[in-house]
Design a protein around this ligand. Structure first.
Ligand code: AMP
Length: 285
């Protein structure tokens, strides 16, 4: 039996009306926010949300406020037909696909900042990025009113910021972290992998390899964060002559602050540019 197509809701008012009806009927909503260009990483979030909720809503919105000047907002891949197909296969009930104009009034003046967490790691080279992320997620939660929302660990800093945001603003949304889906060679799936040339794609595996090396050394007893960071940077520089390291860090997963010695609850995280493409990855240690 063919599954019913997801309903596509184009405005916040339509999405809110759908959610209100669902909540009045006593149904729980699982929510997966995305920027589209959907892949198996997104699908894994949808599959989990499908199992744990009565209804499943997915948003597809390339959020302008989380892109900096000179970043890839204009050329970010947009593929609505293929995305709708993947959502249908994932048994999504509702796709929310608003326009920037509908999400942001021309004179919008309310923004959400998650102090401290937003300024480290990726926040250092992408000022304003997490303010944009936190703002849009708070708005999406207000519109969709999910019981649970699903986020990938690939964006570990984003995940932590949203956990804290949901707690601090009493949004009542349970944040569910989901494991990173990887290509067979270890590269974390990302919509931005499409930008890589074949040569860059081969080199991109160095992110995962450096992290896996650190994880192995920690399992063997290494605790010195500086030694691990140095080795990871060295591995990346050897394996990928075109790579430009943005950061390699070992941080506490709650505070996102650097640690000197690895203990439980730490992760190694890195950002590397290959040409114009900035890739991120991380691994718990
Ligand atoms: P994006 O469309 O890139 O904004 O991502 C939407 C959601 O999918 C975020 O919660 C991401 O962390 C998650 N995601 C993206 N890539 C992956 C991946 N390879 N594995 C797991 N989750 C992912």
């Amino acid at each position: 039996e063919p599954m019913p197509e997801p309903i596509v809701l184009a405005t916040p008012a339509e999405m809110s009306a759908w959610s209100r009806q669902a909540l009045q009927a006593g149904k729980s909503i699982g929510f997966v926010p995305t920027m589209g260009a959907l892949h198996a990483g997104h699908k894994s979030l949808m599959d989990r949300a499908r199992k744990e909720n009565d209804l499943l809503a997915v948003s597809i919105f390339v959020n302008p406020t989380q892109f900096g000047p000179g970043e890839d907002f204009e050329r970010y891949p947009r593929s609505f037909e293929a995305d709708a197909q993947l959502c249908a296969e994932a048994d999504v009930d509702a796709i929310f696909q608003p326009t920037p104009q509908d999400m942001y009034a021309a004179d919008a003046r309310t923004f959400v900042e998650v102090g401290g967490l937003q300024d480290v790691l990726c926040g250092l080279s992408r000022p304003g990025h997490f303010r944009g992320v936190a703002t849009v997620v708070a708005k999406l939660f207000a519109i969709v009113r999910p019981a649970r929302a699903y986020f990938g660990r690939k964006d570990a800093q984003q995940l932590r910021i949203i956990e804290v945001l949901s707690r601090d603003l009493h949004l009542g949304v349970t944040i569910v972290p989901c494991e990173i889906v990887r290509e067979p060679d270890g590269l974390a799936l990302s919509s931005r992998n499409k930008y890589l040339s074949p040569a860059q794609r081969k080199q991109a595996v160095c992110l995962n390899q450096a992290l896996a090396h650190a994880q192995k050394r920690v399992a063997a007893g290494e605790k010195d964060a500086m030694a691990l960071i140095g080795k990871m940077a060295e591995l990346i520089e050897q394996a990928a002559p075109d790579a430009e390291i943005d950061y390699v860090a070992i941080v506490d997963m709650q505070t996102l602050q650097d640690v000197a010695a690895v203990s439980g609850g730490c992760m190694a995280a890195l950002a590397v540019k290959l040409g114009n493409t900035r890739l991120i990855d991380n691994m718990r240690l």
